[in-house]
Write a protein that binds this ligand. Structure first.
Ligand code: PLP
Length: 383
């Protein structure tokens, strides 16, 4: 088991990292596997001994990722990110209407091919943050052959979605189900088969692996159209010489995540203390999605009237790193589309921060957060 670490990684220069849903620090054993892989010379497509050794490393990694979600290695296609896997899934079946839940990650919302003349439709969520299955049934009945994209754990609130139930409904209407499990992998026990998914997105950097490598898991026999064409890599579904280091890191992270799944669930006690003490210190604050089942590491706190950006900056000055609402790649913060979809008004949707714990988190990190956040709230006249 990876122990919570103290010292330079956990608190770089006295800083505390509570933004594991944005990206997780690389686990030391993953780094070691990647450093070893740096000595591999061959292209996995080459037939000589160097190439075969590189191919073996890719195959081992594929088996590690497959084991994490309970599929055969041949069902795993490596991609350049979770974003790319979402695009491959949602752009890969041109005859189907793409339905997406309103709380999907931007990469799924943007990939749904409405601009290309297809009909992308948004599945609403209920106030607790879970997908509205009655609405889904109506949408499926109206949509003809469809592909539904529903994530397993939401990146902002941590709310777990009724994916298995949605898959039953989807299949009853001849639809396929794509599940973005980027924020759930390594944090929840689940399998591709038990969820009834036809396609599933994973990303290495949310589970202690490197950024820049993801996977699309496919039901046997399902063949999406390739997005990136060229060589025959990844069964012609994703051309381009494999990112060997990234893939090796992904495989190592997946194997560790499988071994350490109970440690991930243990984060619930830490997260629950954080929320209990935060609400006791700042009674005006609210926890979003608290009435639904949530992944154990995520807390979305709203401090009404205090912009999430202000909270993030105040916390950063105190050496504590969290995210505000949905952070865009530009670094600008926009009101959360997730909270808006849950029926929260614009003030609440702009006043949220996301605190996300992970393998480097401990009680001391939570204490540091609580002290810093309470003082931000006090300065804003909220505590
Ligand atoms: N899906 C979800 C739910 C995410 O949280 C993220 C990243 O934040 C992604 C997809 C995109 O993954 P990547 O960063 O590998 O492109």
């Amino acid at each position: 088991m990876t122990k919570p670490i103290t010292g330079p990684l956990a608190s770089r220069g006295g800083r505390v990292y509570l933004d594991h849903n944005a990206t997780t620090p690389l686990k030391p054993a993953v780094k070691a596997a990647m450093v070893q892989a740096m000595d591999l010379v061959g292209n996995p497509s080459s037939v000589h001994a160097f190439g075969r050794t590189a191919r073996r490393a890719v195959d081992e990694a594929r088996a590690g990722v497959a084991a994490l979600v309970g599929v055969k290695p041949a069902q795993v296609l490596f991609t350049g990110s979770g974003t790319e896997a979402n695009n491959l899934a949602l752009r890969g079946f041109s005859g189907r209407t793409v339905l997406v839940s309103a709380i999907e990650h931007d990469s799924a919302l943007a990939a749904a091919p409405s601009a290309a003349g297809h009909d992308a439709r948004r599945l609403p969520v209920r106030p607790d943050g879970t997908a509205d299955l009655a609405a889904l049934e109506r949408m499926l009945a109206d949509s003809g052959p469809a592909l539904l994209s529903l994530m397993l754990a939401n990146n902002e609130t941590g709310v777990i979605q009724p994916v298995a139930e949605a898959a039953v409904l989807a299949h009853a209407h001849g639809a396929l189900l794509h599940c973005d499990a980027v924020q759930a992998a390594g944090r929840l026990a689940f399998s591709f088969g038990a969820l009834g998914a036809d396609l599933m997105t994973l990303s290495a950097h949310k589970l202690g692996g490197p950024a820049g490598v993801g996977a699309l898991v496919l039901a046997e026999g399902l063949e999406p159209d390739a997005l990136i064409r060229g060589g025959g890599q990844e069964r012609r579904k994703r051309a381009g010489t494999e990112n060997l280091l990234g893939i090796v890191g992904f495989g190592a992270a997946a194997r560790l995540a499988l071994e350490e799944r109970s440690a991930a669930a243990d984060l619930a006690a830490l997260r629950d203390r954080l929320e209990r003490e935060a609400l006791a210190a700042v009674p005006q604050a609210r926890v979003m999605g608290a009435s639904a089942a949530r992944v154990a590491n995520t807390s979305c706190l709203v401090l009404p009237g205090v912009p999430g950006e202000t909270q993030v900056m105040g916390l950063d000055l105190a050496g504590v790193a969290v995210s505000a609402g949905s952070a865009c790649s530009s670094g600008k913060v926009k009101p959360s589309h997730v909270l808006a979809a849950m029926g929260e008004d614009a003030t609440a949707a702009s006043s949220a921060i996301r605190v996300s714990l992970g393998w480097t988190s401990d009680d001391e990190a939570v204490d540091r957060f609580l002290a810093a956040w309470t003082s931000v709230a006090r300065r804003s006249g909220r505590a």
